[in-house]
Design a protein around this ligand. Structure first.
Ligand code: FE2
Ligand code: FE2
Length: 175
């Protein structure tokens, strides 16, 4: 019995949990009137939701069962201004490990179609760990003055993700 489809179903829960965590972080910054930080995490939440729906689409396409899971509750209280971003970076690194384990499992089971599907996710994780590490460095440098981060984000704006064009299809369409 192949374990890969079950492992992909588990990954759906991790992607939705990541999405919920980013909504929690966005709401936290929104409450502090840090609009740019809030917007960045609201956007990130949608991306994670799309990742989950890409896996759903892959399971549908490969004639495997799809089980939409419940998710672990996000953290909603934060001790310092930089803590949410540190948590986000930790989360991206954890997801990278999860994707790597999925690729290894697909390879072990000779599921080359599944492995190829995940190659995009490997690139995406590289990008997300990188951008979150940069954001954390920026927030830590700003210290108590998060308005500097707000200005920085307003100036750099919404970054184009070059990986978007080659993204796998998402069930129901990507948002
Ligand atoms: Fe993701
Ligand atoms: Fe992510």
């Amino acid at each position: 019995m192949a374990r890969f489809p079950d492992a992909l179903n588990e990954q759906i829960a991790y992607e939705f949990a990541a999405s919920q965590q980013y909504i929690a972080i966005a709401a936290h910054y929104d409450q502090e009137s840090l609009q740019q930080l809030a917007a960045a995490f609201y956007r990130q939440a949608v991306e994670e939701r799309n990742h989950a729906m890409m896996i759903v689409q892959f399971l549908l396409d490969s004639d495997n069962p799809v089980v939409i899971p419940g998710v672990e509750a996000p953290r909603t209280d934060f001790g310092s201004a930089s803590e949410p971003v540190a948590l986000a970076l930790e989360q991206e690194k954890r997801v990278t490990d999860q994707i790597v384990a999925l690729v290894a499992l697909a390879r072990e089971e000779g599921d080359l179609v599944g492995e190829q599907f995940l190659h995009w996710f490997l690139q995406e994780q590289r990008e997300e760990v990188s951008s979150m590490a940069h954001l954390l460095a920026t927030v830590e440098r700003a210290g108590d003055n998060l308005l500097m981060v707000e200005e920085y984000l307003a100036r750099t704006g919404e970054e184009e993700n070059p990986l978007e064009a080659g993204a796998p299809p998402a069930a129901g369409g990507a948002l």
